[in-house]
Design a protein around this ligand. Structure first.
Ligand code: SAH
Length: 213
């Protein structure tokens, strides 16, 4: 039986060495028990720096990628953030540690329900769950300071961009060429479709269902 606290410290020093400097992100990673978010038979790999299957052909993202996306979203205790693709709920919990309010949408009902139950058990009260297609965002809760999309989209999601505050950031994996995906950061500069787009990292995410915006 592994000592999960030791394991968690180890993976956090790995991602720190890989360039994650933001203290709130490192603190959140030290705190959230990733082994609760993976299937029981994969528990021993929970603190490896890699994605793992969580059923329904979906994966829990690699710890470094979760940390990187969170850091790039530039969040603080006043932030309201939207996550598309709840999955295991691990990224959701990291966001809940840092932000004021987290809104998370998942298209697979069972994954959403599992994440809801686990996050309640872990004591998070600042997370709102919705089952549905993330394309539409969450109009009644918009605008958001940041939007994190954890499944790959085919094109820029205009509907979601409209739900950002001015100065808001969206972190999203986009298909670049047939076999290339890139994680991009989009910053909304004005109300009228003026965005800056920055390529961050080559990545490999599961596709967004119905991912054509
Ligand atoms: N953040 C999650 C990543 C899960 S993988 C984690 O670390 O556990 C991506 C998730 O996006 C999957 O659970 C998948 O079901 C979900 N997804 C795919 N297309 C979606 C869509 N159109 N709307 C909402 N969720 C979607």
């Amino acid at each position: 039986m592994k000592n999960f606290t030791v394991e968690r410290n180890r993976i956090v020093s790995v991602i720190r060495d890989e360039g994650i400097k933001e203290k709130s992100v490192l603190d959140a990673m030290l705190k959230v028990p990733r082994h609760f978010f993976v299937p029981k038979d994969l528990e021993e790999y929970a603190y490896d720096n890699r994605a793992l299957p969580i059923g329904y052909s979906q994966t829990i993202s690699q710890p470094y990628i979760v940390a990187f996306m969170t850091q790039e979203a530039q969040l603080n205790y006043n932030s309201r953030v939207l996550e598309i693709g709840t999955g295991s709920g691990y990224q959701t919990a990291i966001l809940a540690e840092i932000c004021k309010e987290v809104f998370t949408i998942e298209i697979i009902e069972q994954l959403s329900n599992n994440a809801f139950t686990l996050l309640k058990k872990l004591g998070y009260h600042n997370v709102h769950f919705k089952v549905g297609n993330g394309h539409d965002g969450w109009l009644t809760a918009a605008p958001f300071d940041a939007i994190i999309v954890t499944a790959k989209a085919e094109s820029l999601p205009k509907t979601l961009l409209h739900q950002l505050v001015i100065g808001g950031r969206m972190i999203i994996p986009l298909q670049k060429t047939v076999d290339e995906q890139v994680l991009v950061k989009i910053t909304k500069r004005t109300q009228s479709d003026d965005y800056s787009i920055e390529d961050l990292l080559d990545v490999r995410f599961v596709p967004m269902v119905d991912g054509n915006f």
